[in-house]
Design a protein around this ligand. Structure first.
Ligand SMILES: Cc1ncc(COP(=O)(O)O)c(C=O)c1O
Length: 494
């Protein structure tokens, strides 16, 4: 019992208020909320723990899963995918604007190398840090674009760019440490910060600042407990990119204000998908920042290889890279060697630039049509993003006109914690108008209140994009359909 009290008490430092959506009658999360609402001191909390422990004992002991499992979130992009499949299995075609992957296939020369590697039986365990030939190619590729020198021994290969996100939280931050991350931002940053028992600290990306932030915004968030800062430019979901001047000012704040051991996790997975002369700028290229930055990229987006699970990171030191090698060994032994060789060939191919250009040009055309179409819909305003294949329209007008804001505000607090006006419209759009998008809270729950956005992927056929925009316009006017949908009560909450 004492061990359990200790464990529960240890987790209090997270002060997490936004995790009550997994609602058992007495979970750690609702308990944390309750404890927060009582504003108990740590001392009183310990007594409270004893009381709770007796209660749990009387109910027949602890649940199946460890307490921390109630702190992890899902990625809604995958959840929406399964709803889409279920709707389509019933014979209705869905316009899919939800998918975060290019609608291209991997280059022919990548396929040829894959086949060659398999025929050569390169199908066994390999270096857990990543195949050396591939790490050399990555070090050159990342270094050349950023104007820095990277030693292949600083590079580690992972199954996708997502893996180092979670592993970094484990490797650098203890429970109670603070992790700064963008919101709206890739959902894993918030989920993994909470799951790790850290304090999630939101760096708000505001539309009025073109979804960037000022050095002052960041400065206010940095404390002596800041261990990790997640950056993601070009950004999912907003498509924003930062200029060199902005990066320089931000680097200056980090160097001045952050603790010496802080690490900036710079998720640059969209590094090549930039439009209109935008140049990708990495925080690691700023003076003094390579020594603090983890540069992350991979082949899921630039080379349309989401299924290949090719991600990589260049760490500030070889010592850190070796620590992640040990994590790899513990979690999955090593990556797939034949994929790594084919990924190396992709990086080294003289055809690569032309392939990237073709893909980026095609995204740009589709972005232009989508943004123009969305801005014609009453209640929508959409910035033209300089990068990525996402657009992020503000749908505050639709949420108000259709009654989503009023319905949301009429809900009890517990239910409001599990939905939002943009969620209600996104679900209505999917289940009644058969168009799949993602809502604001798919990119961070905490601090999203009052923000009404959808994320649309333009990596889909032009005809589908036009049809999707037409359906959004129809749904935006369908007040009666919306009332019927919410009255039914299905799919409204996470
Ligand atoms: C910002 C960001 N980081 C990481 C990932 C994960 O990439 P991967 O599929 O390589 O794991 C994604 C995927 O959508 C992303 O948008």
């Amino acid at each position: 019992m004492l061990a359990r009290i200790g464990g529960v008490a240890g987790l209090f430092v997270t002060q997490e208020r936004h995790v009550s959506k997994i609602n058992h009658d007495l979970t750690l999360t609702s308990f944390l909320d309750y404890r927060n609402s009582l504003n108990l001191s740590r001392f009183s909390t310990l007594f409270f723990c004893v009381f709770i422990d007796i209660y749990i004992e009387r109910r027949g002991g602890m649940g199946l899963f460890a307490n921390r499992m109630s702190l992890i979130d899902t990625e809604f992009a995958f959840e929406v995918g399964s709803w889409v499949r279920a709707i389509e299995a019933g014979g209705t075609r869905v316009v899919k604007l939800n998918i975060g992957e290019p609608d291209f296939n991997i280059p022919e020369f990548t396929k040829a190398e894959l086949k060659k590697q398999i025929d050569a039986n390169n199908t066994h365990y390999c270096d857990p840090k990543g195949v050396l030939s591939f790490r050399k190619a990555i070090a050159k590729d990342l270094g050349d674009l950023r104007g820095i020198k990277i030693n292949p021994e600083q590079v580690v290969v992972f199954p996708g760019a997502k893996t180092p996100i979670s592993l970094s939280a484990h490797a650098y931050a203890d429970p109670g440490d603070e992790i700064v991350y963008p919101t709206p931002g890739y959902a894993t940053y918030e989920s993994i910060s909470k799951y790790n028992g850290c304090k999630p600290v939101q760096l708000h990306l505001k539309e009025e600042k073109k979804f960037s932030f000022t050095p002052k915004d960041l400065e206010k968030l940095i404390t002596a407990k800041t261990k990790l800062i997640f950056f993601n430019f070009p950004s999912n979901p907003t498509g924003a990119s930062l200029s060199k001047d902005q990066m320089e000012e931000i680097a200056e704040i980090i160097l001045k204000k952050a603790p010496p051991n802080v690490r900036v996790f710079s998720d640059e997975i969209y590094e090549h998908i930039v439009f209109d002369g935008t140049k990708h700028v990495s925080i690691a290229s700023m003076k003094g920042m390579q020594a603090k930055s983890i540069i992350v990229s991979g082949h899921s987006k630039s080379y349309a290889w989401t299924g290949g699970r090719i991600g990589y990171a260049a760490f500030p030191t070889v010592e850190e890279a070796n620590m992640f090698k040990i994590l790899n060994i513990n979690y999955f032994s090593c990556g797939c060697p034949y994929n790594q060789e084919a990924a190396r060939v992709t990086l080294e191919s003289p055809e690569r630039e032309a392939i990237l250009d073709r893909m980026v040009q095609s995204f740009k055309e589709r972005r232009d049509v989508t943004v123009e179409g969305l801005n014609k819909i009453s209640g929508v305003s959409c910035l033209k993003p300089p990068a990525t294949f996402y657009v992020y329209p503000n749908i505050a007008g639709i949420c108000k006109n259709i009654g989503a804001v009023d319905f949301y505000e009429s809900l009890p607090q517990e239910k409001r914690g599990r939905t939002s006006p943009s969620t209600l419209f996104q679900r209505f759009l999917l289940f009644r108008h058969h168009t799949a998008t993602l809502d604001r809270i798919s990119f961070g729950m905490i601090g999203a209140e009052g923000e009404h956005y959808l994320r649309l992927s333009v990596a889909t056929a032009m005809e589908d994009l036009k049809e999707g925009i037409r359906r959004i316009a129809v749904a935006a006017e369908d007040k009666k359909g919306f009332q019927e949908f919410v009255a039914k009560g299905e799919y409204l909450y996470i």
